[in-house]
Design a protein around this ligand. Structure first.
Ligand code: 5AD
Ligand code: SF4
Length: 473
């Protein structure tokens, strides 16, 4: 069984995906690189920054690893399974290196710091190791590696936000783009390795964010997702002591154009404010969807997880969202089998899911990560079989909740942003509603195209997808 189970295929479906070739004119670019990304949306956004830095130093991207001079894996450490996948892939590339001795292999991202000596010295798996705050040093490190040295930079920074780097949109649908607004995390949830792999939280210059979103809109993009580990604690203070909170930033981006949809992820329940909810209410183009990870429904477990809220506090936050934003989509992350979790705690998780009525959840069983507070303080004492059984119960409940939520949408009409052909048929469009539901509907012979908005009435559904018909045309 996988350690990751999701009720809807979303960004996880892109795991390990290679990126499209672009700007690949050999007369301009001296070498080719290939990059594979694993993990969260943040990592995918980082790969676009890496691509920009590499482009500027004479490297062009390729989708085909076999023709690449440089292969990069942008890695994830969040669960053991993610690390195993990357290791397997590195072993494959080590074999490729035997056939092509000039090939350089690099590890980027969250696994870099933790495993640098292992990768470089013990296992001789890679030539270059670069942490998430050191991508500017990549061109220099590549040169070192070309000269036969092992090249490493895993220094974390308190300032780096790559604010001035215009990401190269990789494998984009041309409609929606991720925009990173902050880096790192200060929260120290006890199960989580992110504060160690990505460092301290810092917010990116608000004006560079707005500029990037404007440029995207001018290039024809219709949707931006503002990304951070904890977007609600975004706080930027400029040179003239002006401060920008997340609610203010949302408003600044929403004002670019009513034709540009704005999304954001991830929200920590302790930090999302009424200000943010009211800003969402005020602007129709701010999508009515909040990813609000609960992790567990038991106050005792939440305390051990260092989440800094209780079950009741979380439920009150759900009430507030429902009050200010009726119909808002809400999704969650849930961990089954955290240290000491009893059947009663597990039942609390099931009941809070029911209470919150999640449209979608990302569900995991607990995976102990070296160096985290939980690993140092608590025993990983829930047997694997119990973790898996509880996870399955969580997944089954989420499937039922997703189906119920979709059934509630039957007969309703939504504004849908068309993202492209549906996966199953080029006779159908696939798009998303403001509350982040995927909807599929026949193209007929209407003159709609990718990136258009359409009013679509829902006439059927599965647990994962709404089906509909275009209303006006
Ligand atoms: N084990 C299982 N799941 C984890 N997550 C983070 N760390 C772990 C871990 N050690 C999950 C959390 C988080 C999501 C991104 O990954 O639910 O919100
Ligand atoms: Fe990890 Fe918690 Fe930070 Fe999310 S908020 S990245 S779970 S420490």
């Amino acid at each position: 069984m996988q350690d990751l189970l999701i009720s809807k295929v979303q960004d996880e479906s892109r795991q390990g995906e290679a990126f499209a070739p672009f700007l690949n004119d050999p007369s301009v670019y001296r070498k080719k690189f290939y990059i594979e990304s694993y993990g969260c949306q943040m990592n995918f956004a980082d790969s676009e920054i890496v691509a920009s830095i590499l482009n500027n130093s004479g490297f062009g991207a390729t989708r085909n690893a076999e023709e690449a001079d440089l292969v990069f894996l942008n890695t994830c450490s969040i669960r053991e399974k993610a690390e195993q996948t990357v290791r397997k892939r590195l072993t494959e590339f080590r074999k490729a290196k035997q056939a092509r001795p000039g090939l350089l292999v690099g590890v980027l991202g969250c696994m870099a710091e933790r495993l640098k000596s292992k990768f470089l010295e013990e296992e001789k798996l890679v030539d270059i190791v670069v942490g998430p705050d050191a991508y500017r040093s990549l061109p220099g490190l590549i040169e070192e590696a070309e000269g036969g040295q092992k090249a490493v930079n895993v220094l974390l920074s308190r300032e780096e936000t790559y604010a001035d780097i215009a990401p190269v949109r990789l494998d984009s649908n041309g409609v929606s783009a991720f925009v990173s607004i902050m880096r790192g995390c200060n929260n120290m949830c006890s199960f989580c390795v992110v504060p160690f792999t990505r460092g301290r939280e810092r917010s990116r210059d608000a004006f560079s964010i707005v500029q990037e979103c404007e440029a995207l809109f001018n290039d024809g993009f219709k949707e931006v997702t503002l990304l951070g580990q904890n977007v609600d604690s975004y706080y930027f203070s400029g040179d003239n002591a002006e401060t920008v909170t997340f609610a203010m930033l949302l408003e600044m981006v929403a004002k670019i154009s009513p034709g540009l949809r704005v999304r954001f992820s991830t929200s920590h329940p302790k930090d999302i404010t009424d200000d943010v909810l009211h800003t969402m209410e005020k602007y129709e183009n701010i999508c009515k969807y909040i990813h609000l990870p609960v992790q567990s429904g038991s106050s005792r477990i939440l305390q051990l997880m260092n989440r800094t809220y209780t079950r009741e506090w979380y439920m009150a936050k759900i009430n507030r969202i429902r009050e200010i934003l009726p119909g808002c989509g809400i999704s969650s992350d849930i961990i089954a089998g955290f240290c000491t979790e009893t059947e009663e705690d597990h039942q609390d998780t099931l009941s809070i899911m029911q209470y919150s009525g999640y449209d979608l959840s990302y569900m995991f069983f607990y995976s102990e990560r070296p160096g985290t507070l939980a690993q140092r303080r608590y025993k990983d004492d829930i047997p694997e079989a119990v973790k898996k059984r509880r996870l399955q119960e969580i997944v089954d409940l989420q499937n039922a909740l997703s189906k119920q939520s979709n059934q509630k949408d039957l007969g309703k009409t939504f504004q849908v942003l068309i993202e492209g052909d549906s996966k199953k048929s080029d006779q159908d469009w696939m798009g998303r509603t403001s509350h982040n539901k995927v909807i599929v509907f026949p193209k007929h012979n209407y003159s709609l195209k990718k990136g258009d908005y359409a009013m679509v009435t829902v006439n059927d559904c599965t647990k994962a997808t709404l089906l509909g018909e275009v209303q006006n045309n």
